[in-house]
Design a protein. Structure first.
Length: 182
């Protein structure tokens, strides 16, 4: 794992993460990840170079609002990055993009009908891959995948809510910027 800064479109470092540079995570929309062993939150990035932050003149409320936006984007990225379910008897990676979530909800609705399908097909793979195969599931397995997705999403939302409380309790801009998604 390497240390990456997450830079907004104005060139300010908004977060620092450990990342292997792979596909398990990507910076939120309108943010860029740049590897750095030294730059921190509040630093500036321009022309391929990092520079320390200048004295903060940002009001606390504005810093809190900006950090909450960064955290919300990070939460959404985490939710849609996929999750693991052992519904098939061993851990498999499942997608959790909006279309994946809608497909599972549609399959759940079909399972509640008077003549539910005999099989449910869901994309999954034992390892994270770009285009996983479509794998047959029983109704019970599909319901377990849906329960695991809901548990994953709820855990990410609870993490986000806890971080927002930390941001709101922060007394300085630096304290606000120290609250990061890990």
């Amino acid at each position: 794992m390497q240390r990456y800064t997450v830079i907004d479109n104005t060139g300010v470092v908004r977060n620092v993460v450990l990342w292997d540079g792979g596909a398990d995570w990507a910076p939120p929309t309108d943010f860029t990840a740049v590897q750095s062993d030294t730059a921190g939150i509040g630093w500036n990035y321009a022309g391929g170079q990092f520079s320390p932050p200048t004295v903060a003149t940002v009001p606390l409320a504005q810093a809190q609002a900006a950090q909450n936006q960064v955290l919300q984007s990070a939460c959404q990225s985490a939710i849609t990055a996929g999750f693991i379910s052992s519904a098939l008897g061993k851990p498999n990676n499942y997608g959790s993009l909006q279309t994946d979530q809608l497909n599972l909800q549609t399959q759940f609705a079909a399972s509640q009908s008077s003549s539910p399908p005999a099989a449910y097909f869901i994309y999954c793979s034992p390892t994270p891959v770009q285009n996983p195969p479509l794998v047959q599931h029983t109704q019970a397995q599909m319901l377990q995948v849906l329960a695991d997705l809901n548990a994953w999403r709820t855990a990410q939302q609870q993490k986000y809510a806890a971080l927002v409380l930390q941001v709101q309790a922060a007394k300085t801009v630096l304290d606000v910027q120290a609250v990061v998604w890990k």
